[in-house]
Structure formats: structure tokens, C-alpha cells
Design a protein around this ligand. Structure first.
Ligand SMILES: [Zn+2]
Length: 314
């Protein structure tokens, strides 16, 4: 274990280049992408830095928490608020997806401004820390060339800063929205884990999503945009897509939302699931109740057996 913890490296995430310090040996244990990103970049006497421009700061912070705690952290209300600026600017200015596994440095479609209000880092134990205060527009103006896109981004950040003034006060509707933010965030985290080939994080994210459903969380499929994002980012055979189909088949009622807002493939998959159940004379049940591992991606049967044994011991 010690050899995993003897060298640290800096990962600069997003266009904001938010620095995260991580133990190199530990992160390289989790997937070919990180091994490829770090191998060969370390030179004696030099700090190792890797840039992941297309990654979301929020996803990466949650990944690091999982890396050190081996459990998925559910963001608090204040964490959702603090990450919202990164996410809003990112969504507004990039249409790109994460680079595929093994690509090393990600290429960017368009520049993003720094969040500005506070730059954050994650320490070795996964705690979020404020590390710097910066004005986003100032940072951006000095770092990026002036063109139409950058003006739009600068304007977006300034708007967000103005909106953010006084947002420490609790929003009356925030509790209701928080679950939805968390659901979005977990779907995004799965997409991150899928792109970066981190199967343990994928599995833990699915376990959390299903346990929250069993605790009467609202349906993930209530949000057609969320379903669309999953279907456009993941394969139809992926655990989240299979989960979404099963959830809709089990729980959707007569008060359906506008089906036209959902991906056609998703609606076809839901219909197929209902028809298959009917032809087999079975009722529809949550697919994970008998065997959670049906939504896991285990490397071998030994890992699956250990996973089932651990679940029985809960
Ligand atoms: Zn399992």
C-alpha cells in the first residue's frame, strides 16, 4: 500500500484549471486512463501535472472522494451551490464530451472562465478546501484571447457572480431542488466513471441510485433531459440506461409526462420491457431487488461473489 502513497501529483481540472492534489499510485490503480495520463510524465525533480480540461470539477472532486473513502459522497446543499457556477459555465460553453479512455490530454472545444468566487482543491483525505479567492472576469480577461466566445463567457461569469451575491441565504425551494441536483450529479458521475474506466465508482454509483429509489426518491425518469443525457452519453446496455427503462416500466403511471420530450430509443426500450413482461405473464419488478449485481460491472466472478457477500452482511 505504501508505494501507492509515496508520490503526489497535481491534476488541473476544467478550463478553470482547478488544482487537485492526488496520490499518483492510488489514482493509477483505478483504470487505464489514469495510468496512461500519468505514466511517462514524471521527471525527477519536477512536479507532475496532468490537465483534464474537459472534465467537470464537480465530477472530479466526487471521484477523488470515492478514491480515498471508497464510497460515493452525496453533495450537500452548499456544495451544490458552490459547484453550480463551474457547471453552468461549463454547460454554456462546451458541447464536447469527455475524451475517450487512453487519450491522455483532452482537447477543448471552447474556453471556460474560472469560476472566480473561490477556487477549490481536494486534499489527500478528500476534504474540500477553499484555496484562493479570485475574480472570474479578471482571471478570464488575463488568460484568454478576446473574441466573441470569450466575451460571452466573461459575461456569463459576471452574471453568475451577480446572481451569486447573497446566495448564502437559504432558498425556500432549495430542499426540493436538492434531490434533483443530486440525481443529476450521480448520473453525471456515472458518465465520468464510464469515460474514465473506473468500474468500482460505476458500481457504487448504481448502488446509491437504487438505494435512494428504495428510500422513495423521486423517479430519475421524471426529468426527460436527464434521460436524454444518459442516452446520449452512455450505451443503451449500460447500467443507468437499463435502470431508467426498468424504472419507467415499473413506476410510470397514467399521468405521463410529454413522451415527445424523451429519446425515441428510450421510449422503445420501455415499451419492449412492458411487452416482454406481459408475454411472460410476469409483473414488472425493480430489476436490482433480487440481484444488485445485475447493475454492476464486475471484473470477475470472485469480485461479484464478494460484492454479494458484502451486501448480505449489510
Ligand atoms: Zn455487485
Amino acid at each position: 500500500m505504501h508505494e501507492c502513497l509515496d508520490t503526489t501529483a497535481t491534476v488541473l481540472v476544467g478550463f478553470e484549471r482547478v488544482p487537485f492534489i492526488v496520490h499518483k499510485g492510488l489514482i493509477c490503480r483505478y483504470g487505464d486512463f489514469f495510468r496512461g495520463a500519468f505514466d511517462g510524465r514524471f521527471k525527477e525533480g519536477k512536479d507532475m501535472e496532468v490537465e483534464l480540461k474537459l472534465d467537470s470539477v464537480k465530477d472530479f472532486a466526487l471521484f477523488l472522494h470515492w478514491l480515498y473513502a471508497q464510497s460515493v459522497h452525496v453533495p450537500t446543499t452548499s456544495e451544490h451551490k458552490k459547484y453550480a457556477v463551474y457547471e453552468d459555465v461549463r454547460k454554456a460553453t462546451t458541447k464536447s464530451k469527455l475524451a475517450p479512455i487512453g487519450s491522455g490530454h483532452a482537447e477543448v472545444d471552447s474556453p471556460l472562465a474560472r469560476e472566480g468566487i473561490e477556487e477549490r482543491s481536494v486534499s489527500a483525505d478528500g476534504d474540500l478546501e477553499n484555496s484562493k479567492n479570485t475574480t472570474a472576469a479578471e482571471e478570464f480577461a488575463s488568460a484568454a484571447p478576446e473574441d466573441t466566445t470569450t466575451k460571452e463567457i466573461s459575461s456569463t461569469v459576471q452574471d453568475r457572480e451577480a446572481e451569486g451575491q447573497g446566495t448564502d441565504d437559504e432558498d425556500p425551494g432549495v430542499d426540493q431542488k436538492e434531490d434533483e441536483q443530486t440525481q443529476d450529479c450521480l448520473v453525471d458521475l456515472f458518465v465520468f466513471a464510464d469515460c474514465r474506466g473506473v468500474s468500482g465508482l460505476r458500481n457504487n454509483t448504481m448502488s446509491l441510485l437504487t438505494s435512494q429509489r428504495d428510500s422513495d426518491w423521486s423517479l430519475l425518469t421524471e426529468d426527460s433531459e436527464r434521460v436524454g443525457r444518459a442516452y446520449s452519453s452512455l450505451s443503451q446496455g449500460s447500467a443507468p440506461c437499463r435502470y431508467l427503462v426498468n424504472e419507467a416500466a415499473c413506476w410510470w403511471g397514467a399521468d405521463l409526462a410529454d413522451l415527445g420530450d424523451y429519446p425515441t430509443d428510450f421510449i422503445a426500450d420501455v415499451l419492449r420491457a412492458v411487452l416482454v413482461a406481459r408475454s411472460e405473464g410476469k409483473g414488472l419488478e425493480p430489476m436490482w431487488h433480487d440481484n444488485m449485481c445485475i447493475l454492476h460491472d464486475h471484473v470477475d466472478t470472485a469480485e461479484e461473489t464478494a460484492c454479494k457477500a458484502a451486501k448480505k452482511g449489510d
